[in-house]
Design a protein around this ligand. Structure first.
Ligand code: 3PG
Length: 219
């Protein structure tokens, strides 16, 4: 019988094609996970990067994967131990702020899509060594913004970026319409504070607004 292999690189591309906005989410209390996920979905956002910036991250992922229609990944994954906990909790993709060879190897071995953070030619080259072509560009604005993306796209035309860090309602249109940008991310539509205070309507409102801005920009 032929071996069934999963193309995690195609999965990453498809994930971004289906989700032009991937929110970067920080949740302290797992009891808020389901409502937070539903609030994003209600605003038209069907994917979330749950960050390992709180002790509860794995537990939050475990709760949030129960939200039907929502794709849940793990963010701020900086070591293999977190990657393992994310995978065990049900995360279906991994994101790092920087490039980790150890996490890249783990993701390849476990067949889970991985988007490492890259802002230099050397970091992109390191990611390409593992076959990863859909990469996080973080911190997007502080690293020089779209001029840097354009410059890096010349030697690396196969790379598409998920840009995060400094993106919001004012600049989302210019980022999402750049051909090298697969998706944009950020925390503006789902702040840690809004989650902690259970402002679900506010999260839905900001998500709806973000989706509308992307649709308008892409017309
Ligand atoms: C990230 O990890 O991508 C950033 O923390 C998100 O950046 P923002 O808070 O500027 O949106």
């Amino acid at each position: 019988m032929a071996e069934v292999t999963t193309d995690i690189h195609a999965e990453a591309r498809n994930l971004c094609a289906a989700n032009p906005i991937i929110p970067v989410v920080v949740i302290d209390d797992p009891a808020h996970a389901v409502e937070a996920g539903k609030a994003l979905l209600a605003g038209g956002i069907a994917c979330a990067e749950l960050t390992f910036r709180t002790a509860a991250a794995a537990e939050v992922i475990k709760e949030m994967v129960a939200v039907e229609g929502l794709t849940v990944g793990a963010g701020t994954v900086v070591n293999v131990e977190q990657a393992r906990r994310a995978l065990d909790a049900g995360a279906t993709f991994l994101v790092s702020p920087g490039f980790s060879a150890a996490v890249a190897q783990f993701a390849s071995d476990e067949s889970i899509p991985y988007m490492p953070g890259t802002v230099t030619a050397s970091e992109i080259t390191a990611a390409l060594d593992y076959g990863f072509e859909t990469l996080k560009f973080f911190p997007a604005v502080a690293s020089g913004g779209l001029p840097v993306v354009k410059a890096l796209s010349a030697p690396f035309p196969q790379v598409k970026f998920v840009a995060t860090g400094g993106i919001g309602t004012k600049n989302i249109a210019e980022w999402i319409t750049n051909p090298a940008i697969a998706s944009v991310g950020g925390s503006w539509m789902i702040s840690r504070d809004d989650v902690a205070n259970q402002r679900w309507d506010q999260i839905t409102k900001l998500s709806t607004e973000a989706v509308a801005l992307v649709e308008k920009a892409r017309k």
